[in-house]
Write a protein that binds this ligand. Sequence first.
Ligand code: ADP
Ligand code: MG
Length: 395
Amino acid sequence: MTSFKTLDDIGDVRGKRVLVRVDLNVPMKDDVVTDDTRLRATVPTVAELADKGAIVLLLSHFGRPKGERRADMSLARLTDAYAHVLGRPVLFVADWDKAEVVELAPGEAAVLENTRFDPGEEKNDPAFARRLASLGDLYVDDAFSAAHRAHASTEGIAHLLPAYAGRAMEAELKALEAALGNPERPVAAVVGGAKVSTKLDVLKHLVGKVDHLIIGGGMANTFLAARGVNVGKSLAEHDLAGTAEEILVAAERASCIVHLPYDVVVAKEFAPNPPSLRTCNVHEVAADEMILDLGPAAVEALADVLKTCRTLVWNGPLGAFETPPFDAATVALARTAAALTQEGSLVSVAGGGDTVAALNQAGVADDFTFVSTAGGAFLEWMEGKKLPGVEALMQ
Ligand code: ADP
Ligand code: MG
């Protein structure tokens, strides 16, 4: 990986105006922040800069206002909650240009209004990027989750000011590099979730990168069906049989071992603890049954695979984990990965909205080496795409 500058390289920031791109796009209900993970993620960078005497100007999007000013998407709504998380006062500046005249002392922070209120943000309009850049002396990007978008506040501005990765961005980039950039081998990837169609590019990229590709979730059904297994009423994309075959052929050519389930947990109705619940070999699924999770023999075999690996990257749950007991395989394999990580034999990196929820459900998110909450950006990285916000930081 070409290198990027971090806060270690930023020098004396006392009295300087530092524009920090963060992701304050948190879920809110009735003016209450319902999940403040993203707010907390910004604290190390903002606190470090403020403690060093910088004037910290925070840039973020919030919702999809499509270039219009909308009160319901104003960052004013969460400035107080943010100040609370940060543990210091935070000013709100409604008009970007006013940030120039606002009197801020070294060590103080302000949130500038939603960048997407200006149509130039999402168009990466050079004029809007220049307008933002004119407000500061330095630029710090701490929003990996927005780095897959080439917007004025994530990409354009990075070419106009000395640009640095914030602490959260730095941690994310280092973890991703350790997982797929330059990993210790053997490398395993777990790919699960509902559908093959949403993760085709992920699968295609991974077969050329990893030694073991573990396929679970609904997408395993598509692969099993492509192999001629009768998957009954299971969620499966039968029209993608050809694509699934191509991926298996590509894997074989790349000496990537693909692991499909050996046994599965099935039911006739999709409900919590249904009476028809049973475990069977993949070849014994009845026409009126659905595969909803991997079986215990499969999980044991996969745990043995992980024990031989040094690196793991995980996206997508192995079963319909929201409904008990179809979280069993995901929870069991996640606990194995967590234990191996804690023993020091595995570097484990996971990401994806439902994946993070499943790891939290298993109680092991903190025991993984790194869990990315970046969603779309994490998936694009798993697809092997270059992220514009990251590229702009590379020298
Ligand atoms: P992520 O958000 O981590 O990228 P996905 O959105 O791709 O993950 O997939 C998660 C969804 O896949 C969950 O809602 C889960 O219930 C569903 N799923 C997993 N396995 C199955 C299955 N066998 N049948 C139906 N749905 C499944
Ligand atoms: Mg999802």
